[in-house]
Ligand binder design. Structure first.
Ligand code: ADP
Ligand code: MG
Length: 257
């Protein structure tokens, strides 16, 4: 296990283990998409996952909130195994916020409703309180003025910030981001990264799949490099970017930097 960096000024020191994957294997038919994955994420830690397309990054994220089942191995959140179904599973999905490349907002609900719904349905919050919290979160991510609009009336960057607010409204223990800026026009990437950067500074535990190496350098405690379904390398961003150890990582970095 690579030592967790606690040297970043911007990010609080990491705490005890929050997410643990142990010997996780997953196949899609003949394809061995996750191979003996061992990964421990500390409370407050920001882990950036990078690697070539098809290396299993999205599948890794999706197993952590059980959008995908695993064939073998164990995954625990806060020491508890992932629930199989029902209300427990819905609560897990609330505990593990996920932000996708494609925003995935409810198109026929307003921005405010998008951020209120889960609080009422899953967390059983009072509607008025849920709306107050939603408005505060929308302000925090800089889209408070858009509360009564529908997602299609917003820019991609605004929609993605709403998606972040929606996940935060559930008071998640950990946030997963799967290429959250990959579908955005270039001028909107920073407004989303800044929100994520602030979240990291506030101590949120985050797993971020991204090709934004500037974000990785400034926000990550640790970089996890995946290739062909395996974790090939784990290091602090400084170590990883200045001195990658594996040929796979060297090759990958030479193509993207
Ligand atoms: P990444 O996010 O790193 O690009 P993915 O986790 O999306 O990689 O995919 C890893 C591999 O698994 C790819 O070869 C992909 O085609 C395959 N794959 C992903 N999801 C499925 C699925 N639902 N059924 C079959 N194959 C899949
Ligand atoms: Mg992916």
């Amino acid at each position: 296990m690579t030592e967790v960096s606690v040297t970043k000024d911007a990010t609080p020191p990491a705490g005890d283990t929050l997410v643990a994957l142990s010997a996780v294997n997953k196949h899609f038919g003949a394809l061995h998409v996750l191979q003996d994955i061992d990964l421990t994420i500390a409370r407050g830690e920001v882990v950036v996952v990078i690697g070539p397309s098809g290396s299993g990054k999205s599948t890794l994220c999706r197993t952590i909130n059980r959008l995908e089942t695993v064939d073998s191995g164990s995954i625990t959140i806060d020491g508890k195994p992932l629930p199989q179904e029902g209300k427990e599973l819905a609560r897990l999905r609330a505990d593990v916020g996920m932000v996708f490349q494609s925003f995935n907002l409810f198109a026929h609900k307003t921005v405010l409703e998008n951020v209120t719904l889960g609080q009422v349905k899953v967390r059983k919050a009072d509607k008025k309180k849920a709306e107050e919290k939603a408005r505060a979160l929308l302000d925090r991510v800089g889209v408070g003025a858009q509360a009564d609009k529908y997602p299609a009336q917003l820019s991609g960057g605004q929609q993605q910030r709403v998606a972040i607010a929606r996940a935060l409204a559930m008071d998640p223990k950990v946030m997963l981001f799967d290429e959250p800026t990959s579908a955005l026009d270039p001028e909107m990437i920073n407004e989303v990264l800044e929100v994520m950067q602030q979240l990291a500074r506030d101590g949120m535990t985050m797993v971020v799949v991204t090709h934004e190496m500037g974000f990785a350098r400034s926000a990550a405690n640790r970089v996890v490099f995946m290739a062909d379904g395996r974790i090939v390398e784990e290091a602090t961003p400084d170590q990883f970017f200045s001195n990658p150890r594996s040929d796979r990582a060297k090759d990958f970095l030479s193509k993207i930097l």
